[in-house]
Design a protein. Sequence first.
Length: 457
Amino acid sequence: MRKLLLPTVFILFLILRFLPYINNPVPLGYDGGIYLYEYLLFPNLPSWLISGFSPGLFAFIYPFAKGFSPESLLIPVSILSQIALFISVYFISKKVFSHKIALLNTFLFSVSLVQFRTFWFFYVKNTFALALLLPAFYFLTKKKFLWSVVFAVLLSYFHLPTFLIYLAVIIILFFVDYKNIKFYLKVLITTLIIFFLYYLPAFNTTIYPLLIPVLKSIAPYKLIATGGLASGGGTFYSMPISFLMTIFYLPFALIGAYLLRKEQKVRSFLIALVLLFLMVITGFFFSVRYFIPFDLFLIFFAGYGINYVFEKYKSYKDILPIYFIVLIFFIFAFVLKTSQPLISSKNLNEMKDFGKGKSGYVLSTYKEDSAWLLGYTPLKMIAWNFGGENKYWTDRQWESFFGNTPISNKLSLLNKIPKPLYIYIGDKQISNLTDIAFSACVKKQSPHFYKYICKDK
């Protein structure tokens, strides 16, 4: 019976990840459009996309993108990233704790609302990086030089924000585990040498754009400069909601972390947990997204906490199956309620079909449409504060276009954009842009595409 527990948890995990794709060929979230764009262009990416760019995933996918349609790889690679993280959670938890706790941790990972939402947002690079972060910390704790460097380097080439967690932890280890400082220095220096083979020549476009925002988001600087701790940004749930989503295992995580506070084998993981907590509550750069690894480390310690509590209070063990059932109920309800794609298959096919054989520009009028237009049409996509073509209007002019201004002003702005020009007006925006849609200067080409036909004055 015990031998079936791991396959059972894995099947539960797979069901939850495949469930949103039953009768749905559209990638979840909207990052799928950006990934498709990068798959199609890699390694010849435009300069606007290089900022903070980590090449690991795309170098891995590159050979497959030559043999298969890049679009067909989107969903399988996303699910593969989740499987990689599931495997990482299991094996590292088993190595650090036991098979039993590893089962608990993989179950918690499978039913985590935060981790499912990460999957829904299509944060593929982030997920692969987390799968590398756990073994990177494990081999660091075990003082395995070669494997520590291998996983640290892979991590740095997959996702820079996650690599920053690793760097911060190893620097903290210099002070709390100074007896092994030579080992940590060797790992750090070797990792950075290999890291800079790619990143140093591209420093101005990959590292520098992130460096200043990161430094400015450190809590003491923000307190002095602004007098407060504003949100550090990133696309995810707000902090209160994110914490609420962990409520079923947060107490156990705190118990586990407290009980293991003096254990050498979890030192790196515990430092990461505390560090990430401080990052998310102080509004550190990308803080909203840093809740994702914070949740993962909560799960890592929660399995130990659950095992400890129900082993110590065995008379309450009958509650454990009810606890599991409640978590399963909540995750299925959450998936069924929130896992719908942001764009319908019909509208996505409209984008693909409309762009065939065309050249020119397409103006995106809604944030959620921009990534799809970028990846699924050959037209040069123009959007507010997104992409490489956001250079024809100022912020004030964008506000004017979407505001209650005369149609003549809006047409004057459209005249500033190169032609041929198409405008994509989705269902969520049509009520705000009826003046454009019914203008004599605009001709409807498809349910959501309009062509600007007036000549520049």
